[in-house]
Design a protein around this ligand. Structure first.
Ligand SMILES: [Zn+2]
Length: 369
């Protein structure tokens, strides 16, 4: 009798210990906090200077009229950036700003900068808006502007005098696109934002952390859909086959290169640049390399925000064969990336040859053959 109860007691104690060990510890943690360093040991290449001189086709320098360009050129040299394109030639929208920017460049570093002009859509209802805008474009190009930059505000925020959204494919703008083709200048156009910014902000949204930390980027309550804006953009590519368009940020299709390839096939006048989407390429190195190989004459190097330290990520993704390395801003891309290891031939095209073909005024002596 005694022996039986002892056995029973032992059994109860054993079961209790087993349960305590299986019970998960209460150790909840925020997603933001969980960012352990990788234990993977592989070779790393921190490439702070591009292998070849390059053209950054997507940059903004709002202070260009009065800036000491020597400082900027010093920073560019460290990166091997031969030419920087300031897409904000008109600053907040003035001819004087453009003229002074061009003068500063011409007086100091005529070979190292390109300046794009911009268009003011606010008077689009004026009877002479189209004529006036086309004339301004012609004048700006005569003064030295190398292209036209269209901000994402077109299609999202620009409204006519009645407060209606101006569509990207508004027929009143058609003569502007056509004139760019005639003048032989490219249009670098940024339309919409990443599609995730329109999606519900929940655990199914891949850019949840970015929307949490940057609520100003939300478009989930916008009246116009991402698809509508993008369709309007594609419509101008179709309507103006003689005009070269550089679709900024890979047209927000960098996470769907099959679809982007279809668009490249459909619109031979559409080029693209890789600003702000390098993390998309870096998480699919084989598909990205295949895409750049197939469309090697139409992909350009762009970065957008001027943060010199961030260029390293771009060089590393394009040039190295490194594995499983992080993007520089976790809120933007929490995943790790892999280098594409592009050949010298491909790198030269992406870094400068494609830009020179689109903008023949770029000084070729800055680059190897
Ligand atoms: Zn930009």
């Amino acid at each position: 009798m005694i022996r039986r109860s002892s056995l029973l007691l032992v059994a109860v104690i054993t079961t209790t210990i087993a349960c305590a060990q299986d019970k998960p510890l209460d150790m909840k943690m925020d997603f933001e906090d969980y960012d352990p360093p990788s234990t993977l040991v592989v070779s790393e290449h921190h490439i702070t200077k591009a292998k070849f001189p390059f053209v950054d086709i997507h940059n903004h320098q709002f202070g260009m009229p009065t800036m000491n360009l020597a400082n900027l050129v010093g920073e560019m040299d460290k990166l091997n950036m031969a030419v920087l394109t300031n897409l904000s030639g008109r600053g907040r929208g003035s001819t004087e700003h453009l003229e002074n920017s061009l003068k500063n460049v011409k007086d100091n570093y005529p070979k190292r900068f390109l300046v794009f002009t911009n268009v003011d859509f606010s008077g689009i209802d004026d009877a002479d808006w189209t004529k006036r805008t086309v004339k301004q474009l012609e004048d700006d190009v005569k003064k030295g502007a190398s292209g036209l930059k269209i901000y994402k505000s077109l299609g999202m925020f620009n409204t006519d005098s009645k407060g209606n959204r101006i569509h990207i494919d508004d027929p009143r703008i058609d003569p502007v696109w056509a004139k760019c083709g005639e003048l032989g200048i490219p249009v670098l156009i940024h339309s919409a934002d990443p599609p995730q910014f329109w999606q519900p902000i929940d655990n199914q949204n891949e850019r949840w952390l970015e929307l949490k930390t940057h609520p100003g980027r939300r478009h989930d309550n916008d009246p116009v859909s991402w698809e509508t804006i993008i369709a309007e953009q594609h419509n101008i590519f179709k309507k103006h086959p003689k005009t070269n368009f550089i679709n900024a940020h890979m047209g927000w299709y960098a996470s769907d290169l099959k679809k982007l390839g279809q668009l490249m096939d459909m619109y031979p006048n559409m080029y693209t640049e890789i600003g702000a989407i390098i993390a998309e390429l870096g998480r699919q190195p084989r598909a990205a390399k295949a895409f750049i190989t197939k469309y090697q004459d139409r992909v350009l190097f762009g970065k957008d925000s001027w943060v010199p330290a961030e260029y390293e990520t771009y060089f590393r993704v394009l040039e190295s064969e490194d594995e499983y390395f992080p993007y520089h801003k976790r809120y933007h891309a929490f995943w790790r990336m892999y280098g594409l290891g592009l050949s010298d031939d491909l790198l030269k095209k992406v870094y400068y040859k494609n830009a020179i073909r689109l903008i023949p005024s770029i000084d070729k002596t800055l680059f190897p053959d």
